[in-house]
Ligand binder design. Structure first.
Ligand code: TPP
Length: 323
């Protein structure tokens, strides 16, 4: 892939920093009772969505699981509208009807967060089918967790995608746990990317803590999908630093393990790399922090100022009558 310009590198860093600070604020807002329901944070996995989505065109599709705040932000969703959605307010991305697990942004071709494990895999495959059927050259990126690869629909979807040459890249974010279940306790073949062999599609593992490695790997797969209609399966090896959701006491893994994995914090790894390469200076980093914090504060102000959705809205947007 082409070497990145200074601005592109800084944009990647800004994106990861925004995801991190946005979600730290979400945890705070959840504790204050401003966000209800479930809240699954993406902290630790930022390099995956950032690197992968950075190679897309605006009209390419992204679909993800309930751990999708980062994907929505990377796809271009307005942080203010995302926060308002988490607050369940009328100005939210989905008018406050979706909440944390169901962000959806038609204008940015973000096909949503999906709460049913693996539920987004056939839907993403359908989006790729639609692009192909309509003769368009859009690509779909479909993100899911390690537990999703053991669901039946994963196998059905990958089989059809390979058979029909669909322009899709499946990205498994292997953060090593499906709720409290370690991958090794649930999955017979440890190297998840090898599942691709069964469907005759390229499969590859990538360091999901390295934003540039993810960008490179997904970039090649996206080009393959766009130009040659070859789907791919990528396993991004990552780790989530927080519990499965805000309600998770995290008794299934040791504090030492978490601390050890935090040594490879993707945000700090990339920041340190850019500093070592003299792409950013300490003062640039401070300025970015200030800018991102202001964006997040503004998102909270916007969400707080937005009204509750009126009761009558319960009956609207239930079915879509037009495209
Ligand atoms: C079909 C289905 N079964 C069970 C659940 C309950 N559940 C919610 S999240 C989850 C674990 C998923 O783990 P993984 O796919 O690895 O994603 P991660 O949370 O690690 O991002 C489970 C079992 C569900 N939502 N849907």
């Amino acid at each position: 892939m082409q070497k990145l310009e200074h601005k592109e590198l800084v944009d990647l860093l800004r994106q990861m920093l925004l995801m991190r600070r946005f979600e730290e604020k979400c945890a705070e807002m959840y504790a204050l009772g401003k966000i209800g329901g479930f809240l699954h944070l993406y902290i630790g996995q930022e390099a995956v969505a950032t690197g992968a989505i950075s190679v897309l065109r605006p009209d390419d599709y992204v679909i993800a699981s309930y751990r999708e705040h980062g994907h929505a932000l990377a796809k271009g969703s307005d942080p203010r509208k995302v926060m308002a959605e988490l607050f369940g307010r009328a100005d939210g991305l989905c008018k406050g009807k979706g909440g944390s697990m169901h962000l959806f942004d038609k204008t940015h071709h973000f096909l949503g967060g999906h709460a049913i494990v693996a539920g987004q895999i056939p839907i993403g495959t359908g989006a790729a089918f639609a692009s192909q059927y309509e003769g368009k050259d859009q690509v779909t990126l479909c993100f899911f967790g390690d537990a999703a690869v053991n669901q039946g629909v994963f196998h059905e979807a990958l089989n059809l995608a390979a058979l029909w040459h669909l322009p899709i890249v499946y990205i498994c974010e292997n953060n090593r746990y499906g709720m409290g279940t370690a991958v090794a306790r649930a999955t017979s073949v440890k190297d998840l990317y090898r599942r691709a062999e069964a469907y005759g599609m390229p499969g590859e593992a990538v360091d999901g803590m390295d934003v540039l490695a993810v960008r490179e790997c997904v970039g090649l797969a996206v080009e393959r999908a766009r130009r040659e209609r070859i789907p791919s399966f990528i396993e991004a090896k990552t780790y989530r630093f927080r519990g499965h959701s805000m309600a998770d006491p995290g008794t299934y893994r040791t504090k030492e393990e978490v601390e050890q994995e935090k040594q490879r914090d993707p945000l700090l790894l990339f920041r340190n790399h850019l500093m070592a390469e003299a792409v950013v200076k300490e003062s640039d980093w401070k300025a970015l922090e200030k800018e991102v914090r202001a964006t997040v504060e503004e998102a909270v102000r916007y969400a707080d100022a937005s009204p509750e959705p009126p009761v009558e809205w319960l009956h609207t947007d239930v079915y879509v009558s037009e495209r």
